[in-house]
Design a protein around this ligand. Structure first.
Ligand code: NAP
Length: 302
């Protein structure tokens, strides 16, 4: 039986991957910092490791003896990364270096997740050949992590993704969708920017893309996102409409009014034709993804 090791298994993508793999033919190891938060699914071995501890991470990889490693761990709070750059580098760059060493030692295929924030947001509809130019430290740290793969001699796949949304029961950090639902459920008025444009990614589709890259042995760089292009104001209105909340609670503002520590790229969005062709990646529409999440939330009575 082949072994698969999920790094960052407590996060949105990590938990989704662990759940998608629970009835698979793989022996699954899930690794994250702190106690296991994905307690509903018990069909795997949990390893509690801080990935910035090089020795403990290499020991864990040696224990799991993985054929595949999926790195879903990162410091993902963009403003926190801007103001805590050393900490950001330790997780988003140095730990990736250790993972590459671990993958080399166990001859594993390493799948690493990166971001649209490697781009400056002046072009939009980015493909894998477009020039990178991050406008904040989080984006720079992820670009540095991508560059670590330039000289490696193991099979690897880098999946860049955009604004990931979805539902798992026990998250420490809310994603955009859960944040919006929380506010709207409590009838709290909110402002959303109308000058940041994205193709949001349903986390279940991103998890499937990770597994498709294993199944199809697709190595190198791929862009993974949904195909619906929208600004954040439109996104929140579409969420309100699907979940039947009052759209009048939402008003539009420009990003400049937020005074955030980190600059955001204005227009990203991906051309996903390479992933469609080689990974057979077929994301749900934004509306279908929302309806699937709504059904999951209803079935859990949340
Ligand atoms: N979310 C997005 O919109 C988005 C957009 C583009 C790209 N991405 C990329 O997609 C990937 C998955 O994102 P996500 O949304 O699933 O992130 P997430 O929900 O923030 O999960 C990241 C996980 O990494 C874990 N982690 C952080 N530091 C660690 C450490 N030192 N040792 C062990 N584990 C550690 C976190 O643990 P704790 O829970 O204990 O903090 C968390 O469970 C990341 O590479 C991210 O950069 C995300």
């Amino acid at each position: 039986m082949e072994h698969i090791l999920i790094i960052g298994s407590n996060g949105l993508l990590g938990q989704t991957l662990t759940n998608q793999l629970c009835h698979s033919n793989y022996k699954v190891f899930a690794l994250s910092k702190g106690a296991n938060r994905n307690v509903h699914n018990k069909n795997y071995t949990y390893l509690e490791v801080d990935i910035t501890d090089e020795t403990r991470l290499l020991q864990a990889i040696n224990k799991a003896k993985p054929n595949y490693i999926i790195n879903a761990a990162a410091l993902t709070n963009v403003d926190y990364c801007e103001t805590h750059q050393l900490e950001c580098d330790a997780v988003n760059v140095k730990a990736v270096k250790t993972l590459i060493i671990g993958a080399q030692l166990s001859q594993a295929h390493l799948i690493h997740i990166s971001t649209d924030f490697v781009f400056d947001g002046t072009k939009g509809n980015y493909n894998e050949e477009d020039a990178t130019n991050p406008v904040n430290y989080y984006g720079l740290s992820k670009l540095k992590s991508e560059n670590l793969f330039k000289e490696v001699d193991i099979p690897f796949t880098i999946l860049r993704t955009i604004l990931v949304f979805g539902y798992v029961p026990e998250l420490k950090q809310q994603n955009i969708l859960l944040w919006l639902l929380d506010k709207m459920k409590n009838k709290i008025a909110l402002t959303m920017v109308n000058d940041q444009i994205r193709t949001p990614t349903y986390v279940d589709d991103l998890a499937k893309a990770c597994l498709l890259s294993i199944k199809t042995k697709s190595y190198g760089l791929y862009h993974i996102s949904g195909t619906d292009l929208m600004d954040m104001f439109e996104l929140s209105n579409r969420v309100a409409k699907t979940f039947k909340f009052n759209q009048k609670l939402i008003s539009a503002i420009p990003t400049s009014q937020l005074n955030q520590p980190a600059t955001r790229p204005k227009v990203t969005g991906f051309d996903i034709s390479k992933a469609e062709k080689y990974l057979n990646f077929k994301p749900l529409s934004f509306t279908d993804a929302l309806l699937e999440i709504k059904a999951k939330l209803n079935s859990k009575n949340c």
